[in-house]
Design a binder for this molecule. Structure first.
Ligand code: PGA
Length: 254
């Protein structure tokens, strides 16, 4: 089943508006598409209240479990609050100083608490020919210490940094290459079963107009959507497109 993740970032201001957008997303949700809404922590409970088919997600998680960590929210708190998915390693957080060691610790905490991780990776500059090995390093370092039995709960979102928030999406053709490459990395790390069931998402300036091509030509299992997920009409269209692109089973021959 395709997965659509609504990353609301630092929006909207009011609980009322969050509930309004979440209710529209819920109304547009389709049984054939998994939708995860990631509001701010303060809106999570109210948003959860209106979600039935759609899932609750979070945008961040602490490296710590409990204790003297002012301002932090732990993986177990998220789990207890009904969160299923958590975004880890988003480029906007890495830009604020989140290192690959911190990303690795967050992945581990989230998976251990029973959450599913949406691990974001992406290069700053496509012109840099080292970008492919940079992506590999991001995946490998984030999953250091993650055992095979938990690797199934990892979704990888490829989000080239230059495409996020920019109105310059990547092309479906290069996404396809990246989707194959990410599966190969997971195959090398965890074997065929994990690689086959891996869900690869694309993120970065997704709108209703460009969404279909990522499914039909880009080899993705879903999309991570920022700005367009705050516009219920746009997002409803994207849900419809994901539904039309339904279920395709992947088989890896070796
Ligand atoms: P955007 O954000 O869709 O607004 O480009 C994507 C993301 O940051 O996940």
């Amino acid at each position: 089943m395709k997965l659509l993740v609504a990353n609301w970032k630092l929006n909207p201001v009011s609980v009322k508006e969050a509930v309004r957008i979440a209710s529209s997303i819920e109304a547009a949700s389709d049984k054939g598409v998994e939708v995860a809404v990631c509001p701010s922590f303060v809106h999570a409970a109210a948003v959860k209240g209106v979600l039935k088919k759609a899932r609750l997600g979070a945008q961040n998680v602490s490296v710590a479990d409990k204790g003297a960590y002012t301002g932090e929210v732990s993986a177990r708190m998220l789990k207890d609050a009904g969160v299923l998915y958590v975004i880890v390693g988003h480029s906007e957080r890495r830009k604020m100083g989140e290192t690959s060691d911190v990303v690795q610790m967050k992945v581990k905490k989230a998976l251990t608490a029973g959450l599913r991780v949406i691990l974001c990776v992406g290069e700053e500059n496509r012109e840099d020919h080292g970008y492919v090995s940079f992506i590999k390093e991001e995946v490998v370092s984030a999953l250091r210490g993650t055992p095979q039995r938990l690797a199934n709960n990892v979704v990888i979102a490829y989000e080239p940094i230059w495409a996020v928030g920019s109105d310059m999406p990547d092309t479906p053709a290069s996404m396809l290459e990246m989707a194959i490459y990410l599966r190969k990395i997971m195959f090398d790390l965890y074997g065929k079963k994990v690689a086959e069931s891996l869900r690869v998402l694309y993120g970065g300036s997704v709108i209703a107009k460009n969404a279909a091509a990522f499914f039909t030509e880009g080899g993705v299992d879903g999309l991570l959507v920022g700005r367009s997920s705050l516009d219920p009409k746009q997002f409803a269209k994207i849900i419809k497109i994901a539904g039309q692109n339904g279920n395709k089973e992947l088989k890896i021959n070796n």
